[in-house]
Design a protein. Structure first.
Length: 286
């Protein structure tokens, strides 16, 4: 037996050729404990025993608004392009995030679209002085390359705009090497660490320390940009955005109505003046 240090959601661990191999809970698929487990297998394991399946950006960037669901995974650990919950189905990207409206079971998802850019946006707690930008960049770069084993060339940038921290991970299809770590898996591990729900066997979350000072993160949001733009319709717009659109439309219609009524009244005044002038002319002529 051995301990899978990078994934506690496993069972039946055994040593083979000096490697620790275990079966992912929920799928039984063998995972290599020397590297990160795929996000699909992690989500499936998290669903086991769960009572509920619910838990300025680029133009096509979108959030995961659905949360946890019980995914269908390939034997490689990748998400299947089509995911369903009963008779409702949708298409996902390589990060397992829904990129289409929900349809019936006849939905066709021709390919698993690659998520090539992941934006992790965090906000730290209020503090007296801003953090040192270079120290912050070094901390997150070192953490991502060592703790999550991502090649540093896929960390496009680490930006600090007090109090916001933004990390850009970019990795297209040709960049993803066989056996290499995927940015979607890194983002999932990272998000769980920040939320105090670490997937690592030690249960030790991510201690964010900049210049020997602990930094508390209050909010983390992840955005996804795919190689092909998502296919959402107006129906999938957030209620708040729809409300704003409705208010704007009502305002425009109201303005048009006022303009028309004003012109009609003005027209009546002009006609009345012309009528009075004609009557005066007739009086003078008489």
């Amino acid at each position: 037996a051995c301990v899978c240090k990078k994934n506690k959601r496993v069972t039946n661990c055994r040593s083979e050729n000096n490697r620790c191999l275990c079966d992912a809970i929920g799928s039984g698929i063998t995972v290599d404990c020397d590297t990160l487990t795929s996000k699909c297998l992690l989500m499936k394991a998290e669903m086991v025993g769960s009572k509920s399946g619910r838990r300025e950006k680029p133009k096509d960037a979108f959030e995961d608004t659905d949360g946890l669901y019980d995914p269908e995974c390939e034997n490689s650990g990748a998400f299947k392009a089509k995911q369903c919950n009963g008779t409702t189905c949708w298409c996902v990207n390589t990060a397992g995030v829904r990129r289409t409206d929900k349809h019936d079971a006849d939905l066709k998802c021709n390919q698993l679209v690659r998520t090539m850019w992941i934006i992790i946006e965090m906000k730290h707690a209020e503090r007296n002085a801003p953090l040192n930008a270079e120290s912050l960049k070094k901390f997150f770069t070192d953490t991502i390359t060592s703790r999550y084993q991502l090649d540093g060339r896929y960390i496009a940038s680490v930006l600090y705009e007090n109090p916001y921290i933004t990390i850009d991970l970019k990795q297209n299809s040709s960049d993803k090497s066989f056996g290499g770590v995927d940015i979607a898996d890194v983002a999932y591990y990272f998000e769980k660490d920040v939320k105090g729900q670490s997937i690592f066997h030690s249960n030790a979350g991510l201690n964010v320390s900049i210049d020997n000072e602990e930094v508390k993160l209050e909010k983390t949001v992840v955005y996804y940009v795919d190689e092909i733009a998502p296919e959402f319709s107006m129906k999938s717009l957030a209620p708040g955005l729809i409300a704003v659109i409705v208010v704007v439309v009502i305002a425009i219609v109201a303005a048009i109505v006022v303009l028309v009524l004003t012109r009609r009244r003005k027209g009546k005044y002009v006609k009345a003046e012309v009528k009075e002038m004609n009557e005066m002319h007739r009086g003078l002529n008489a």
